[in-house]
Design a protein around this ligand. Structure first.
Ligand SMILES: [Mg+2]
Length: 427
């Protein structure tokens, strides 16, 4: 049996997880008090966290009026370029899978809304674009991605003006390097093949943590159960006690199967169990969390901060997983992180594949005090023509960790010839 220590829920936590729980710091005393006074105090603190300003406006004494916003593309990938009235510039890549779907929202909603506004009002702009007209009726990931990309470009521009990386604009940048974990996206392969893949991911990167899939994505079957039951002990045995192991069920199970699986994971010292039941079955998620001895992680599909507040307030998830790209950007992800911190919960951000999701996780991690010790990384297979300012190379993993860019804004530079050749979409 692995070494274990009590966590704040009075349960047993695998030793590898200890840094993740410790990352969150102690919860406010009333976060664990189940009295009416404790509940009211917790709600008050969560609201204060949700509503407190994020962008450090004091860094920008003069107005930064957004004069132009351009949507550019290379035929497959879209980019956003913003310029201020005074000639400052910001540039951000979109996600190639989601941008074609979100393009009409960018063209008709998020880009026109930001035009002519003062970028220093970023917190209010992110709220305003949602509240304007009937935009709130489109709430969800497709809407918020169309806001995130604009926010990234604006923050890149503000970082260029201040000479600071994004993390320093939204908080105190305290992290320059972070450990990473790799996630396998496989389902349906043989357990032996999956373990071999996880071993190869660890061997090539030095990662000390990996994640793999369970269930059958929003479903499970006799075949997926058999794979899960073989894979869970096999992966632990093959990868050893010092590797942090995470699993993601992508909403596969009903509550009883999730509890059964959770107990199996717990018996083998797994470190978190992501989306055990349908992501929007909050009661079900809480029922699983209450019944098993390992942390439940979730949040990647969620874009409502009131629903995030419920998940945190009711301890339905113990690890909170906002996605900077899917959820509206850094300002909104920071609000979630601050709510989680009130309840002593760590953040392990969800990553958006296909794009620079890993870059945004790094900047977000650099300024989020309750960030977990391992960030998901997919940075070596996107083929994006960029380099980290100052290094002349793309982000690279060494000994299981990656340096967080320190240059202004997003801290990267695209190949100038590539950018010059991009075509413009009329906004
Ligand atoms: Mg997931």
């Amino acid at each position: 049996m692995r070494e274990a220590s009590p966590n704040r829920r009075g349960l047993l936590t695998a030793a590898v997880l200890a840094p993740i729980v410790a990352a969150a710091g102690a919860p406010a005393a009333h976060a664990t008090e189940k009295t009416p006074e404790g509940t009211r105090a917790l709600r008050k603190d969560l609201e204060q966290a949700r509503l407190s300003p994020v962008l450090k406006r004091a860094l920008f004494p003069d107005p930064v009026i957004i004069e132009t916003l351009e949507l550019l593309h290379d035929g497959a990938v879209y980019y956003i370029r913003v310029r201020s009235r005074d000639g400052a510039e910001g540039f951000a890549m979109t996600n190639r899978r989601l941008a074609p779907l979100a393009k009409p929202i960018m063209l008709k909603r998020s880009l026109p809304y930001m035009k002519g506004k003062d970028a220093r009002d970023l917190d209010a702009l992110v709220d305003g674009v949602f509240a304007r007209g009937l935009n709130y009726k489109h709430q969800g990931i497709t809407f918020w991605t169309a806001v995130s990309w604009v926010e990234f470009a604006i923050l890149d521009m503000l970082g260029n003006i201040a000479g600071l990386p994004v993390g320093a604009l939204i908080g105190d940048r305290t992290l320059n390097r972070t450990h990473i974990y790799y996630a396998s996206g496989n389902r349906g392969n043989a357990p032996e093949a999956e373990v071999a893949l996880l071993q190869s991911l660890i061997a090539k990167s030095g990662a000390k943590a990996v994640k793999f899939k369970l269930g059958d994505r929003l479903d499970y079957s006799d075949a997926s159960n058999a794979r899960d039951e073989a894979l869970i002990p096999m992966a632990r045995h093959a990868l050893g006690d010092k590797t942090a192991l995470f699993v993601d069920a992508n909403s596969s199970f009903d509550v009883s199967r999730a509890i059964e699986t959770g107990r199996m994971l717990s018996a083998h010292g797994y470190d978190f169990f992501e989306e055990p039941v349908r992501f929007d079955d909050f009661d079900g998620t809480k029922a699983v969390a209450d019944a098993v001895d390992l942390p439940i992680a979730g949040g990647e599909q969620e874009t409502s901060h009131f629903r995030y507040r419920w998940l945190i307030e009711n301890d339905a998830v113990q690890i909170v997983q906002p996605d900077v790209l899917l959820g509206g950007g850094y300002v909104r992800a920071t609000r979630i992180a601050r709510m989680a911190a009130v309840a002593g919960k760590p953040i392990v951000p969800h990553i958006s594949g296909w794009g620079l999701g890993f870059l945004h996780i790094l900047h977000f991690a650099s300024a989020t005090p309750n960030i977990g010790p391992y960030q998901e990384f997919k940075g070596d297979k996107d083929g994006i023509p960029y380099e980290v300012i100052g290094s002349g190379a793309p982000l690279q993993v060494a000994n299981g960790a990656v340096d967080i860019p320190t240059g202004p804004g997003l801290g990267i530079r695209f190949d100038p010839d590539y950018v010059r050749a991009l075509k413009q979409v009329e906004v």
